[in-house]
Design a protein around this ligand. Sequence first.
Ligand code: ITT
Length: 193
Amino acid sequence: MDIVVATNNKGKLSEIKKILSSHNVLSQSDVGADIEVDETGVTYEENAFLKAEAIRAYTDKIIIADDSGLEVDVLDGAPGLYSARYAGEGTTPMQGIEKLLFNLKDYKPEEKTARFVSCIALLMPNGEKHTFRGECEGLIIDELRGENGFGFDPVFYVEDFKRTFSEISDEEKNSISHRFKALEKLRDFLDTI
Ligand code: ITT
């Protein structure tokens, strides 16, 4: 099936293409949608649909969007929905990591439990809508380790691999990540139609 992904995040797009490799995954710019959507929702689901629906004007194919975030327990779930702009509008992922490490500097390693959450919105050509959610548990460490991935990956340590998301390969991340778990459910759903 042709699936258009509503995202401007190249790291996400590359993961989605690998995980949905049995489908023909197109980017929003492939359908001429060079737009940035204001994420004004108060849930991952709402934001994911805002992104997906904005692409409907450009294509009548299946559209998906991912809204995701990092939830740190001792920060009451922050940065959560605001992960992409944690250090402010227009800041870099590195500035977000610096702010996160500063806010966590007084906590013990084992206290810094966290999870990545991904919500995938699916918009069918007939207007039908579905969402699929995935989560991945980990710990925030106090130094950056590894080069792979994007966003908070260098400080997100996973027990399964005893390494950060930036130290493991794409294939390893795509076997346990929040995005993989959500997209696996999407894949199963698409297989039924
Ligand atoms: P689009 O909205 O264009 O898809 P975005 O980066 O703005 O791109 P979100 O609003 O969903 O996407 O924000 C998700 C943020 O959460 C992302 O920018 C990272 O900071 C963080 N994040 C989500 N998944 C991640 C992952 O797999 N690895 C590292 N950081 C991740």
